[in-house]
Design a protein. Sequence first.
Length: 306
Amino acid sequence: MHRSLGQAVRWAEQVLAEAGIDSARTDALLLAGHLLGLSRGEVEARAIIGGDEPEGYAELVAERARRVPLQHLTGVAHFRYLTLSVGPGVFVPRPETETVVQTVVDELRRQLAAGVHRPRVVDLGTGSGAIAASVAHEVPQARVHAVELSESAHAWAARNLRGTRTVLVRGDLRTAFPELEGRCDVVVSNPPYIPADALPREPEAREHDPELALYGGGEDGLELPRAALASALRLLRPGGFFVMEHAEVQAEPVARAFREAGLVDVVGHQDLTGRDRATAGRTPEAAAPAPDGTAPDGTAPDEMGE
């Protein structure tokens, strides 16, 4: 059946809305734009002046109605100022993580203003590379390092980090970058954190995001977040900064874990909907020696084995 572009988009919007997709109109336009090589606004303009439905549009809409993620169908995810390559085997970056990146960018700019030269950043469990790529793009003075365990996600991250000078390794966030221990200025992590008995509400995440990127381990889902915290403590210099994304219900136990680990200035950060979705803290500054040469704990230099 021949349809104009405007008719096809209206049909797609209805099909997607009936499938329970809140962003039905936007998705209908973006799918058409993917096939036509046009932006959303350009699709709307062409629909008004009388363009034709692109070939393959109905098939793509049917896939989206089955709750295949939009980003898997278009092959891209828009994240802050970047367009990332994504697909099966990698966690599709979410808007709430954009606020985590903003926290990192603000901290790095503060450190640069304070005289930190080329601050070093580590992204633990980088997934698609969204955080690392954004930091490298927005704070070019930073030296960015990222680690990812999943082979498939690592491949997507390598594609997205190409040309950014980011150091990407495949490995476990628990043990990554031993050569950087105590030398990092900022550590950031969006680790898996969903509890074992919880299922993501969205079918797109439940059925298509890799389990390795979703479930944090343990009944509370905090096994991997605690591992990320331990690695941050290992990697950060005195006065270094750590921020981690988590579920809203985990805000209190994560803040408690930060304080029990010795972090100071622990503060929660909300996403754009006002939910507590990240926590940040600092490693204590190294105490200066007393004027008489004794250490902060009162021991003399020869008592410290010097």
